[in-house]
Design a protein around this ligand. Structure first.
Ligand SMILES: [Cu+2]
Length: 152
């Protein structure tokens, strides 16, 4: 490898590292503000929730509404102070901030029939990595790869 190519690649490596740290590591003003409030409607019927899996970014202020299509159902979310009961025609709601990453089961808290213990869903709180960051990081890496292998 010639000296010039070596020096160029060194610069590319340093620049790429710096750009990646900038794109991924530094808090952006956009992420300092709390993520938008989300409202998700859940319907309950014997013996399932729809949707049964909910994904939200960490830090989101999440409002769940619970509507029952047949009999009285409840919803209690593990690890959170969320407890709702819905009668047919009377929905209920709860708001909380998804502060911790992870999977949290929710289950029916009202005995509603034979398969009641299996009436379970989950809230998945994902790391907050905005799409824009992932896109930019991808651009930086592909740009660097091009520069790295550029022959001249
Ligand atoms: Cu139930």
């Amino acid at each position: 490898m010639s000296r010039i190519i070596y020096r160029r690649r060194l610069w590319i490596a340093v620049l790429t590292a710096a750009l990646l740290i900038g794109v991924i590591g530094i808090p952006w003003p956009a992420t300092a503000a709390p993520p938008d409030a989300l409202t998700i409607a859940i319907t309950a019927r014997a013996f399932a929730y729809a949707p049964e899996s909910i994904r939200v970014p960490r830090g989101a202020r999440l409002t769940l509404t619970l509507e029952s299509l047949d009999t009285v159902h409840g919803l209690s979310l593990d690890g959170h102070a969320v407890e709702m009961t819905a009668e047919p025609g009377r929905s209920s709601r709860a708001t909380f901030v998804a502060e911790h990453e992870g999977k949290f089961k929710f289950r029916c808290s009202v005995s509603c029939g034979a398969l009641h213990p299996f009436m379970i869903g989950e809230v998945v709180v994902e790391p907050e990595v905005p799409f824009a960051r992932v896109t930019l990081a991808t651009l930086v890496i592909s740009g660097s790869a091009l520069a790295w292998f550029w022959k001249r």
